[in-house]
Write a protein that binds this ligand. Structure first.
Ligand SMILES: N[C@@H](CCC(=O)N[C@@H](CS)C(=O)NCC(=O)O)C(=O)O
Length: 212
């Protein structure tokens, strides 16, 4: 089989979701870094259809959208599987919750400091436009976001108590989906400290982070 090209940003959480699955399946990939503004390579590989990362290109096929990439990969390389037959819908529901609910407070808490540290006014303006909110507004909402995230951490902590993975039976897409927001949160140790009181979650997080 040919080389796997993964169009990405190194700190992209949605790409990290796919990287966890590639790692679990012991598939090596070639990272192709994309630019936040110049979408030339993404438009070329997707024939104009998609401008976000991740995009995966393998053996002449091009797949985009992280959940679709993982489902496609699981069909192409079915051992070890990450989507159990009896939990297909559940994996998609968990993925949807992770991307659209769990990720939201983490995005709002992480982006302001990240952009300030980057010190690139063009990047800041681009990201504020994409998210539809200024970093000042995000900072104002931080207490509410912290409270929401603490509640989500408690739910995950309860589910992974006494277990190695989120669902019974081993690593699944659910672990990759739920891990990616915490990968992004961990870019800022002050924010990641929100997880300090959740020992089961932290053990699970480290297990998924350290997959080899
Ligand atoms: N639903 C998509 C979302 C992908 C996404 O939003 N990726 C971000 C980076 S993590 C992105 O490319 N944003 C647009 C941009 O950076 O211009 C997926 O799961 O792959």
């Amino acid at each position: 089989m040919g080389q796997i090209n993964l169009y990405q940003y190194p700190i992209s959480p949605f790409t990290e979701k796919v990287r966890r699955v590639l790692t679990f399946k012991k598939l090596k990939w070639n990272p192709i870094d994309c630019h936040y503004e110049d979408k030339t390579n993404l438009l070329a590989v997707t024939k104009g259809a998609w401008t976000r990362v991740p995009v995966l290109e393998w053996d002449g096929e091009v797949v985009y959208n992280s959940a679709d990439i993982i489902k496609w990969l699981d069909r192409k390389v079915s051992t070890p599987s990450v989507i159990p037959d009896d939990a297909r819908g559940l994996c998609e529901i968990i993925d949807h919750w992770a991307d659209n609910t769990l990720f939201m407070p983490i995005l709002m808490l992480t982006i302001p400091d990240l952009l300030d540290t980057a010190g690139d006014p063009k990047l800041k303006a681009n990201r504020e436009k994409l998210i539809g909110m200024t970093t000042e507004r995000m900072r104002e909402g931080a207490p509410v976001q912290r409270e929401a995230l603490t509640g989500f951490c408690r739910m995950i902590d309860e589910q992974v108590a006494g277990k190695d993975f989120f669902l019974s039976g081993g690593f699944t897409m659910a672990d990759a989906s739920l891990y990616h927001p915490f990968f992004f949160l961990a870019l800022n140790p002050n924010n990641f400290a929100i997880t300090d009181g959740f020992k089961n979650l932290r053990r699970w997080y480290e297990r998924i982070r350290d997959l080899a």
